[in-house]
Design a protein around this ligand. Structure first.
Ligand code: ADP
Ligand code: ADP
Length: 237
């Protein structure tokens, strides 16, 4: 059951920087896939291509139920059901945790809906999402008063509030210490499983990938260099 795929994807940035070369990958529904690679390997470019934020130089991206992301309207439709989580959270730092999670509801509603006040059930859903990441008691705290791990959990709650079928997370734990990183990855894995969300998460640590992924795709220098279950990588070491 393929939910998202790229076929013959090439991305070359201005200055002739090749970030992805002839990449074809299909993502199965409900899988927790880790994109593993060093800085500059192309992980972020692949994630942003999967969300229509990067336009392929060649090849295409296809989403289940939508087809090839070949027009702005199709990309918008795909993005409503695809939430992003970032390394630096991309939160509104002076706003409360609850206000930030509510922005996930704006992404869920159509552009027109976002111009009117969000209904009460959106507030309730946002609070529920904060409860799921263990931050109900911080709902009215300003984000800049939370720790890095708490901020990342707000980022996950905001993604959940979008009711996505896919979560794309770009180095979600790169700026967190090891024990906080493990807790954030375990949380992301659990909420995705509970909701049947397909997760594609970039990391640069093999040990985290092995502990949390259903599947590990290795990227190096714009190429997929391996694609395996974590157990298969154990044997090859
Ligand atoms: P990763 O996420 O694995 O660190 P990226 O996808 O960010 O890798 O980058 C892949 C390559 O593309 C790198 O060489 C990077 O410097 C280059 N790159 C990324 N974004 C841009 C951009 N907007 N313009 C030019 N080069 C870029
Ligand atoms: P971090 O502290 O995690 O490194 P940054 O300071 O890089 O995060 O900011 C992450 C995002 O939040 C950026 O997109 C930035 O524009 C935005 N941001 C930062 N501070 C504020 C603020 N006070 N109000 C609104 N947006 C902010």
């Amino acid at each position: 059951d393929i939910i998202l795929s790229v076929d013959g994807l090439n991305v070359t940035y201005p200055g002739n920087v090749r970030a992805l070369a002839d990449t074809s990958v299909a993502f199965r529904k409900g899988q927790f896939t880790v994109l593993l690679g060093l800085s500059g390997a192309g992980k972020s470019t692949l994630l942003r291509s999967l969300n229509g934020l990067v336009k392929p130089t060649a090849g295409h991206v296809e989403a289940q139920g939508i087809g090839r992301l070949s027009s702005a309207a199709l990309i918008r439709r795909h993005r409503r059901a695809t939430a992003m989580v970032f390394q630096h959270h991309q939160l509104l730092h002076r706003k409360t945790a609850l206000a930030n999670v509510l922005t996930g509801r704006l992404a869920y509603h159509s552009t027109l809906r976002s111009l009117v006040p969000l209904p009460r059930e959106d507030q309730e859903l946002a609070l529920h999402c904060l409860e799921r990441v263990g931050l109900a008691d911080k709902a009215l705290s300003r984000v800049d008063q939370l720790s890095g791990g708490q901020q990342q959990r707000v980022g996950i709650a905001r993604a959940l509030a979008q009711k996505p079928r896919i979560i794309l997370a770009d180095e979600p734990v790169a700026s967190l210490d090891p024990s906080t990183s493990e807790r954030v990855l375990a949380l992301l894995q659990r909420v995705c499983r509970e909701d049947g969300i397909t997760a594609i998460v970039s990391l640069h640590q093999l040990d985290y990938a092995q502990r949390f992924a259903d599947r590990i795709i290795g990227l190096a220098d714009a190429h997929v260099v391996f694609d395996a279950a974590p157990a298969a990588l154990d044997r090859s070491q």
